[in-house]
Design a protein around this ligand. Structure first.
Ligand code: 15L
Length: 273
């Protein structure tokens, strides 16, 4: 019999949502999409429910009857505090709380490399390091990871946080050679979050098989992650794009790049672990 369990995918109209929807639709027909605005080109197998994450009743209506949630909704870059507060702090809480109340079993949360952006590029880190956010946005992602841990431990929700690097067809510059992930590989990580029987609370790095990578993703690999994308295949493109960008004396030292240098008033010697 076909699996008819409802999966809700928030942020469906956003950048990652747009790149992954066609791939997810093949694996999970019947996906329920949500966002503030209806994505263009809805497939016959997809349904859409509009929801503003800051409105608990709209979030509750969207999540009603769901077995799993892929929560990619929210504000996806640095922004003013009130924007981050509404979309990524209040909105994320509303989603976890609505999911708990609706009896959701699994939640995959789109965290970000900006939760650990102040680690130096020369340091290789695992997913167990202390968060070092590089922005208000990064702080909101660390908050989402902490919420996930609380809902996993207190309520038994199987939560997977993906510390996503940068999703796209190719790495955009030299920094992205270390953090790039292909749409196919992020779909693979989402699938592990949706299906692996051992998941209680996990943090995976959202990165492809990048020779220049900074992250130890052995836990994701232990649960079956086999990335296909290799950023090295796109090195010439990334270096050509990098040549168009000037040096960033702060951002070039740290994993979070320009998110670290923006609004920076510290001495680089005192920043980062
Ligand atoms: C992110 O978290 C953002 O959502 C994305 O737009 C990129 O800025 C990415 O990080 C990055 O670090 O490249």
């Amino acid at each position: 019999m076909a699996d008819v369990r409802k999966i809700l995918f928030t942020g469906a109209a956003g950048g990652i949502g747009t790149m992954t929807r066609p791939l997810l639709a093949r694996l999970y027909p019947g996906l329920v999409l949500s966002d503030m605005v209806r994505p263009k080109d809805l497939l016959p197998s997809e349904t859409f429910v509009a929801a503003d994450l800051t409105k608990p009743d709209e979030v509750a209506a969207a999540v009603q009857g769901a077995h799993s949630v892929v929560h990619f909704g929210g504000f996806s870059v640095e922004g003013p505090w009130d924007t981050i507060l509404q979309a990524n702090i209040i909105g994320c809480y509303n989603m976890f709380e609505a999911a708990r109340a609706a009896g959701v079993k699994r939640l995959i949360f789109a965290s970000s490399n900006h939760a650990i952006g102040f680690y130096p590029r020369k340091r290789r880190i695992g997913s167990d390091v202390t968060v070092r956010p590089d922005s208000r946005y990064g702080v909101s992602k660390a908050f989402g990871e902490a919420l996930g841990a609380m809902y996993a431990d207190k309520h038994g929700m199987a939560v997977t946080c993906l510390r996503i690097g940068n999703v796209g067809p190719k790495p955009l510059d030299v920094r992205r050679l270390s953090i790039w992930i292909s749409p196919e590989d992020i779909v693979q990580l989402i699938g592990i979050g949706l299906e692996h029987p051992d998941i209680r609370y996990e943090i995976f790095y959202g990165a492809s098989d990048n020779k220049a990578g900074w992250w130890d993703n052995s836990r994701a690999e232990a649960l079956g992650y086999r990335p296909i994308g290799k950023s090295e295949d796109h090195r010439a493109h990334a270096e050509a794009e990098q040549a168009k960008i000037g040096p960033d004396p702060v951002g070039d030292l740290f994993q979070g790049g320009t998110f670290c240098s923006a609004e920076f008033t510290n001495d680089v010697k005192r920043a980062g672990p």
